[in-house]
Design a protein around this ligand. Structure first.
Ligand SMILES: Nc1ncnc2c1ncn2[C@@H]1O[C@H](COP(=O)(O)OP(=O)(O)O)[C@@H](O)[C@H]1O
Ligand SMILES: [Mg+2]
Length: 422
């Protein structure tokens, strides 16, 4: 008999590894690890409980989608090639991959057309969401094309390291108009239109979306481009309509679309699916900004040059905001915040460490702190004694092996794209 706990913990380990590899840009490795995680979840879904569990099948499906999305990104030309040389991802390719993947796993759920929205949290937390009472409030999820808002995450602007100018702009454009409508009216300042957050991965784009909805009291409908596309003919359009309908029905909502380039790639390629889906997206975005209520679209991408140009036109996207790497102060803030409770018996030079981590994104800094904890834990396991402390030499060792996940070529490609838009 399969041990349920084993499958869950194997799944969690594989998914954790996948997330790390993805953050480092190793999409081939991430795709493999996501798939491994999905397979564990599938075994759990069908093997343990006697009858297949819909909840864990949904989760497995979500992991498979992440695997496919990483696979598609692996096959894209390197960002270093720059905007002109980076064609959109062909969705025929993606669909072929999907069928290969589902045939390999033999999972009927992967063809079911239902899936959960973007959710980057730990598997066990996801499972808790999917099970029992918490299910109702599960993260912006689609079941039979019904989208639900994400449960409140509690992320505030004060949790976001650095990005002061980004926060100011987002406040000015999204939050203050809701708080001071008269002031905006007095200057006849237009407040509608979507916002594009672009920049390297792991810099806080998703966090900003969450903080905006928390602070503005909006429902957050958070999706990934690859979630929307689906696997069957017409899924993409159906899902898009269902997403915008659900957000409109809430009347006070923000749609946050991650991996926007997957949903809105440049048209004109061989992909008939995308050539149909992008016009539907344009139509939905146009209708959305005119509808009654407070309705905002925020989109995020690491590859803005892949976006269809019509989608970038106001009012669909009225503002583009660059979300960049953390500066010295932001890295120091993150280090202090995450290292505060790590047991140690020596004074830590945060300034020095923040300088050492120059070039890292915020997700790297968080990953670095996680790695710092491992040697002490290993010592505890080896000796059987829990009373362990972080040692100065642990920092040196981890620093030596640690590399920022964002490459100079990624930043150069972003800067070339900005220059081409001027
Ligand atoms: N500006 C930031 N401040 C604090 N933590 C951050 C920041 N940016 C990223 N992180 C950390 O990295 C993780 C991934 O960030 P995310 O917002 O998903 O990045 P992006 O959407 O830009 O890829 C977050 O959960 C958080 O732990
Ligand atoms: Mg994100």
């Amino acid at each position: 008999m399969i041990d349920m706990e084993d499958e869950i913990s194997l799944c969690e380990q594989a998914a954790g590894r996948a997330r790390q590899l993805e953050a480092r840009g190793d999409f081939a490795g991430a795709a493999k690890a996501y798939r491994e995680a999905a397979e564990c979840m599938l075994r759990y879904a069908s093997g343990v409980q006697g009858k297949p569990s819909e909840d864990s099948k949904l989760l497995a499906e979500q992991l498979l989608k992440k695997a496919l999305s990483c696979k598609a990104r692996q096959e894209q030309p390197a960002a270093a090639d720059g905007p002109a040389l980076t064609p959109p991802v062909g969705d025929e390719k993606r669909e072929t991959d999907k069928s290969v993947q589902t045939a390999e796993t033999g999972d009927p759920a992967a063809n079911s057309g239902t899936f959960a929205g973007s959710n980057r949290s730990a598997i066990s937390r996801d499972l808790k969401h999917y099970n029992g009472a918490a299910r109702k409030a599960s993260a912006a999820s689609i079941e039979g094309s019904v989208f639900r808002p994400e449960p409140p995450t509690g992320v505030r602007f004060s949790d976001i390291a650095g990005l002061e100018e980004v926060k100011r702009q987002v406040r000015l454009k999204l939050i203050e108009p809701l708080k001071h409508p008269e002031l905006y009216k007095r200057f006849d300042k237009s407040t509608n239109g979507g916002i594009l957050l672009y920049g390297p991965p792991g810099t806080g784009k998703t966090m900003i979306a969450r903080a905006v909805t928390e602070e503005a009291g909006l429902d957050l409908f958070s999706v990934c481009g690859s979630d929307i596309i689906g696997s069957r003919f017409g899924d993409g359009e159906r899902n898009l309509r269902a997403l915008f309908d659900a957000a409109r029905a809430s009347r006070h909502a923000m749609i946050f679309c991650d991996e926007f380039e997957v949903l809105a790639p440049k048209r004109g390629g061989r992909s008939t699916v995308m050539n149909r889906l992008v016009p539907e997206l344009l139509m939905q975005m146009d209708g959305f900004v005119k509808a009654e209520g407070t309705l905002i679209v925020m989109a995020a991408t690491n590859r803005p040059w892949d976006l269809d140009t019509a989608v970038l036109r106001p009012p669909r996207i009225s503002h583009r905001i660059y979300v960049g790497l953390p500066d010295f102060e932001a890295r120091k803030f993150l280090l202090m915040h995450h290292l505060e409770k790590v047991p140690r018996q020596f004074p830590l030079d945060y300034d020095w460490l923040a300088v050492e981590l120059e070039g890292c994104n915020c997700a790297d800094v968080v990953a670095f702190v996680e790695m710092l904890k491992e040697p002490s834990i290993q010592r505890g396991l080896n000796t059987g004694r829990d009373e362990q402390y972080l040692l100065p030499e642990d920092i040196d060792e981890v620093l030596e092996a640690f590399h920022p996940s964002v490459q100079a070529a990624d930043l150069e490609a972003l800067s070339r794209w900005e220059a081409s838009q001027a």
